[in-house]
Design a protein around this ligand. Structure first.
Ligand code: AMP
Length: 182
């Protein structure tokens, strides 16, 4: 099973991603997590992306595409994977398809967890990660609307978009996703 999980900040991507990875026994590949670890360890990648992540701005596409290529070449991905936080732009989505073609892999579904802005904002505030100040959250919600929404069209046109109302309980969202993936 090869899945992408999409949604604004606070849509519940991380939680649903963990449930789905356990269910399908596939690795969770979270770009936000990879970048935060790189920043904490101050690796060359970490130093390069730190300012973007701290401001809630998107890291340049080229950096992310390169990071994804390295990650999807690792052995644990052979049985499948779930991407969380990537792709974030229509360009990244297209580049991901090129990469998968190279790797002879195929994306099953892009799952979009849809929730209104006020729900995204209140859930993000409740989560209180170190890069979650209200200004940064607002910035991330705006960047989701500007850059990530057009990408939904990319998947919809290819019949690979699964839209789920994420303004319901964790369990309800999980079950609804599974029903569609059977
Ligand atoms: P997340 O944990 O997915 O909200 O990601 C945290 C931050 O990492 C984002 O605000 C971006 O600065 C950066 N980031 C993560 N994934 C990507 C991506 N695919 N493209 C660009 N920036 C990203």
């Amino acid at each position: 099973m090869r899945l992408v999980i999409l949604g604004g900040p606070g849509a519940g991507k991380g939680t649903q991603a963990q449930h789905l990875c356990r269910h399908f026994e596939i690795p969770l590949i979270s770009t936000g997590e990879m970048l935060r670890q790189a920043i904490a360890a101050q690796t060359p990648l970490g130093q390069q992306v730190q300012a973007f992540v701290e401001k809630g701005e998107l890291v340049p596409d080229e950096t992310m595409i390169q990071l994804m290529r390295q990650r999807l070449l690792q052995a644990d991905t052979s049985r499948g994977w779930l991407l969380e936080g990537h792709p974030r732009t229509a360009f990244q989505a297209e580049e991901l398809d090129f990469l998968l073609e190279d790797l002879n892999q195929h994306l099953n579904q892009a799952i979009w967890l849809d929730a209104p802005d006020d729900v995204l904002m209140s859930r993000s505030i409740a989560r209180q990660r170190s890069d979650d100040t209200p200004d940064v959250i607002q910035h991330r919600i705006e960047s989701f609307r500007d850059y990530t929404m057009p990408m939904l069209d990319y998947y919809e046109h290819r019949d690979r978009l699964l839209k789920i109302n994420s303004n319901q309980s964790i369990e309800q969202v999980h079950q609804e996703i599974l029903q569609h993936l059977q």
